[in-house]
Ligand binder design. Structure first.
Ligand SMILES: Cc1cc2nc3c(=O)[nH]c(=O)nc-3n(C[C@H](O)[C@H](O)[C@H](O)COP(=O)(O)OP(=O)(O)OC[C@H]3O[C@@H](n4cnc5c(N)ncnc54)[C@H](O)[C@@H]3O)c2cc1C
Length: 344
């Protein structure tokens, strides 16, 4: 117990928490099970401009592509396009972003130890523990936090194909038959290369689904350069802080059940955790996260309604939404992190 705070996991949330704690003068260590920060990567790296700006770090070197909007493809071919005039999000190199955030923590004075997995309480190095160890959190299990029961499994491939055109738009493919409980996506990094993937809600098999995505997206892959995958939690728990332990980021379930995007709310939870620890008020963490959890609950509700819908219904909603001007409404009011911007 040499350190004031031991952060388990050197991802984005561990890095942000470490940065703020070290800045506040707490003796902080971040331990990471893998030998290299950011590797293996599992995330697509689509993060809102706002989310990256709020980090306060110079993230520009991590940018791979700019995104202006989304093409939403229905199960039977109807498409709704939402495109804003300004850049809404970036696709970043997630490994590079992890290195940036953890590097900032180190510069602020936090100690970083790689290649060290926490398996039990005996491995703790601090008086206060932050579980920043992702969706399969070992800290959550050691400390017997209530498990998060709803989740999706995401799988993606880095694909080279002449059929991929970079228009600065991500394409989303909705089909309960092809991707039960989630969706497929094509996120272009440049002309001819994209991260193509899909999610399925817990319990569904993944076999054959990549083929379905390529067929819907009309992509003939020429080369698969990488394969990545991981778990996306669909909802947080009531209590993420007790005694001397706080769960943040993926470990706390702080991600959007609509898209699986978690970096934005993960970094918010990391900052809030650092503030509570600095004030010596760990028990205030859950209360301090309430307004963000309220927002995430809306994402959960939309996910719940979507998952009840049959493919024909989804197609009809897209078709009906077009003449009603839904795209224009979202272009004017929408915010990819705050669903309250369009659904109060
Ligand atoms: C397929 C897929 C695509 C995604 N795409 C997006 C996207 O486009 N945009 C977005 O915002 N979000 C996306 N997400 C979600 C995003 O990846 C997470 O919300 C985010 O990574 C959470 O950050 P974190 O730092 O809390 O956890 P993680 O990034 O999971 O980092 C946890 C770290 O802890 C380490 N660790 C784990 N266990 C231990 C242990 N016992 N001891 C020591 N170290 C340990 C891990 O090695 C890892 O480095 C995606 C997720 C998946 C699965």
């Amino acid at each position: 117990m040499n350190y004031d705070v031991h952060i388990v996991g050197a991802g984005v949330s561990g890095g942000v928490a470490g940065y703020h704690l070290a800045k506040k003068g707490l003796d902080t260590v971040i331990t990471e099970e893998d030998a290299e920060i950011g590797i293996p990567q599992h995330c697509t790296g689509i993060i809102s401009v706002k989310g990256l700006e709020e980090s306060g770090f110079s993230y520009k070197k991590c940018i791979i592509n700019k995104l202006y909007g989304v093409h939403i493809h229905g199960p039977y071919g109807e498409t709704l396009t939402i495109r804003k005039k300004s850049v809404q999000a970036y696709i970043v190199d997630r490994a590079e972003l992890d290195r940036l955030y953890v590097g900032m923590a180190e510069k602020a004075g936090a100690h970083i130890i790689t290649g060290r997995k926490v398996k039990a309480r005996e491995d703790y190095l601090g008086k206060i523990i932050i579980g920043a160890d992702g969706a399969n959190s070992t800290v959550a299990q050691i400390e017997r936090f209530e498990p998060i029961k709803k989740y999706a499994f995401g799988y993606q491939e880095l694909v080279r194909s002449k059929d991929i055109i970079n228009e600065g738009m991500v394409s989303v493919y909705l089909s309960q038959k092809a991707f039960p409980g989630f969706f497929g996506w094509v996120a272009p990094l440049d002309d001819g290369i994209a991260l193509c993937g899909f999610g399925v809600s817990g319990g569904h098999l993944v076999t054959g689904r990549m083929r379905a995505l390529f067929s819907m997206a009309r992509i003939r892959p020429q080369k698969i350069l990488k394969r990545l995958g991981g778990v996306m939690p669909f909802g947080t728990r009531k209590c993420n802080a007790k005694n001397n332990v706080i769960l943040i980021g993926g470990a706390g379930g702080f991600s959007k059940a609509t898209s699986g995007g978690g970096v934005y709310f993960s970094t918010i939870s990391a900052k809030v955790a650092a503030e509570c620890i600095a004030k010596n008020k760990i028990d205030e963490f859950d209360r301090s996260m309430e307004k963000h959890i309220k927002e995430l609950k809306k994402h959960e509700y939309i996910r719940y309604l979507y998952n009840l819908s049959a493919d024909i219904m989804i197609e009809m909603l897209i078709r009906a939404g077009k003449p009603l001007g839904i795209a224009k409404y979202i272009e004017e009011k929408g915010d990819m992190d705050y669903i309250s911007s369009i659904i109060p």
